[in-house]
Write a protein that binds this ligand. Structure first.
Ligand SMILES: NC(=O)C1=CN([C@@H]2O[C@H](COP(=O)(O)OP(=O)(O)OC[C@H]3O[C@@H](n4cnc5c(N)ncnc54)[C@H](OP(=O)(O)O)[C@@H]3O)[C@@H](O)[C@H]2O)C=CC1
Ligand SMILES: O=C(O)CCC(=O)C(=O)O
Length: 444
């Protein structure tokens, strides 16, 4: 049995009840085979793969809070500090009822390689809670966030672990958490990113994941003799990533015809009206039915369906495993050219394989959505030097980072004989730096 297979078997046996974590580990380890085989003896002796698949620390805690009826509610909070070989733990906080330790571990594991790909000094971590922010009043959100931070604050810091937003955690939640951290710790430091602009946030962080996704997609298409301008694009999701991916795609001359949320989806033959989408989702926190009610060219459909729409480029920007084999077949039948993941692991393993085997350019999330965390690292830099850069400066750095990421993974894929396989390229390029740092730092 090869070293990779040995470790995969061990991880599967140990984490049998965590399917998303196993899926993420399987994808990464499988594509690392050529890089691991080149150093098998050394990595095996150092138990490098065993160490990289085991979080450095997992924190699980009780989050009690009082709802508007005076009733005490109890949620579970998580922070998985996965790997600090190349920098302080960095990664978002997800607030969604589906959150459990396996989901947070898969996200934290992905974050190690994503953060390495940015070229910036950030390690991998992730956290969150099974708290559902939907339908809660501002006071309830504040009560939850304060209670969550009342435990989390002792484990994080500007140089140790810097959380940020993710599903369900936006500017409002980050604000409440930041206020509570400051109150408990008595220091004003860049302990969170995605902060408001009035208290240390970075311009362009809100837009960064969606914009970055398009910068990488544009470069991938260009390097394959194509162009984003004039393309029809299907986007899923209607949150932070989806909104700014839609905006940048349209700025670059594409037409985005779909968005979706957890109850339904929109087909807009005229192209998504971003101002209306922002009003519905960012301001009113309403359903997409509200978009359709105010847009004559839009149709609303219940349930799932974005991937049945004819498009050239598909950008899954909602959540994990939202694009399955059946969806991949529908996309290929409709002539899709490229799929780039705005969400984390939105495509199932069999769907990814099918897309690649059918000649579809496929950019994995850990590369394609790295613009968010990269800009978070730029926010950390600005906080450290007590300065704020202009939108244009941050956006230019973001674009440069995304273009570099694409070329790094393209080169890594070529180096190991997997030209055009950007999954292999991303995993190897992300892994090499972390492995090197882990070896240099000894057995820790
Ligand atoms: N924000 C960031 O900077 C980054 C985010 N990501 C990833 O991008 C994805 C989206 O995150 P983000 O936009 O920030 O989150 P948001 O909470 O802003 O938006 C999430 C969107 O996806 C929909 N959604 C969430 N869960 C489900 C589900 N189970 N089924 C169907 N739809 C669902 C939501 O629907 P509804 O409106 O009904 O809630 C919403 O429209 C996640 O995978 C996240 O990990 C990756 C890198 C950075
Ligand atoms: O900006 C960050 O630190 C986190 C972003 C994130 O959670 C992600 O990349 O999935």
């Amino acid at each position: 049995m090869s070293y990779v297979d040995e470790v995969l078997a061990r991880v599967k046996a140990k984490n049998a009840s965590q399917p998303e974590f196993l899926q993420a580990v399987e994808e990464v380890l499988d594509s690392l085979r050529p890089a691991v085989e080149a150093n098998e003896e050394k990595f095996k002796k150092e138990a490098l793969l065993e160490r990289i698949t085991e979080p450095e620390r997992q924190i699980i805690f009780r989050v009690p809070w009082v709802d508007d009826n005076g009733q005490v509610q109890v949620n579970t909070g998580y922070r998985v500090q996965f790997n600090s070989a190349i920098g302080p733990y960095k990664g978002g906080l997800r607030l969604h009822p589906s959150v459990n330790i396996g989901i947070i571990k898969f996200l934290g594991f992905e974050q190690i390689f994503k953060n390495s790909l940015t070229g910036l000094p950030i390690g991998g971590g992730k956290g969150g809670s099974d708290f559902d922010p939907k339908g809660k009043s501002d006071r309830e959100i504040m009560a939850f966030c304060q209670s969550f931070m009342t435990e989390l604050y002792r484990h994080i810091g500007a140089d140790t672990d810097v959380p940020a937003g993710d599903i369900g955690t936006g500017a409002r939640e980050i604000g409440y958490m930041y206020g509570q951290y400051k109150r408990l710790k008595g220091v004003y430091e860049g302990v969170l990113t995605g902060k408001g602009l009035s208290y240390g946030g970075s311009l362009a962080r809100t837009e960064a994941t969606g914009y970055g996704l398009l910068y990488l997609t544009e470069e991938m298409l260009k390097c394959n003799g194509n162009d984003i301008a004039g393309k029809t694009v299907a986007v899923s999701g209607a949150g932070n990533v989806a909104i700014y991916a839609t905006q940048k795609a349209q700025e670059l001359g594409a037409k985005v015809v779909t968005v979706s949320d957890s109850t339904g989806w929109i087909y807009d033959s005229e192209g998504i009206d971003v101002a209306l989408l922002k009003e519905v989702k960012e301001v009113k926190r309403a359903r997409l039915t509200e978009y359709a009610a105010n847009r004559p060219s839009a149709e609303y459909h219940e349930g799932k369906g974005v991937w049945t729409v004819k498009c050239d480029v598909a950008l899954p920007c909602a959540t994990q495993n939202e694009l399955n084999l059946e969806d991949a077949k529908a996309l290929v039948a409709n002539g899709v050219i490229a799929v780039a993941e705005g969400a984390n692991m939105p495509t199932t393993l069999d769907a990814t394989k099918y897309l690649q085997e059918n000649g579809v350019l496929f950019a994995p999330g850990k590369a394609a959505n790295a613009g968010g965390v990269a800009t978070s690292a730029l926010e950390m830099s600005q906080n450290s030097e007590r300065l704020s850069w202009t939108f244009e400066e941050v956006d230019a750095k973001l674009k440069n980072i995304m273009v570099n990421i694409f070329h790094n993974l393209d080169n890594a894929a070529k180096k190991y004989g997997f030209e055009g396989n950007y999954v292999v390229g991303a995993n190897i390029a992300g892994f090499e730096k972390v492995a090197d740092a882990m070896t240099a730092q000894g057995i820790v």
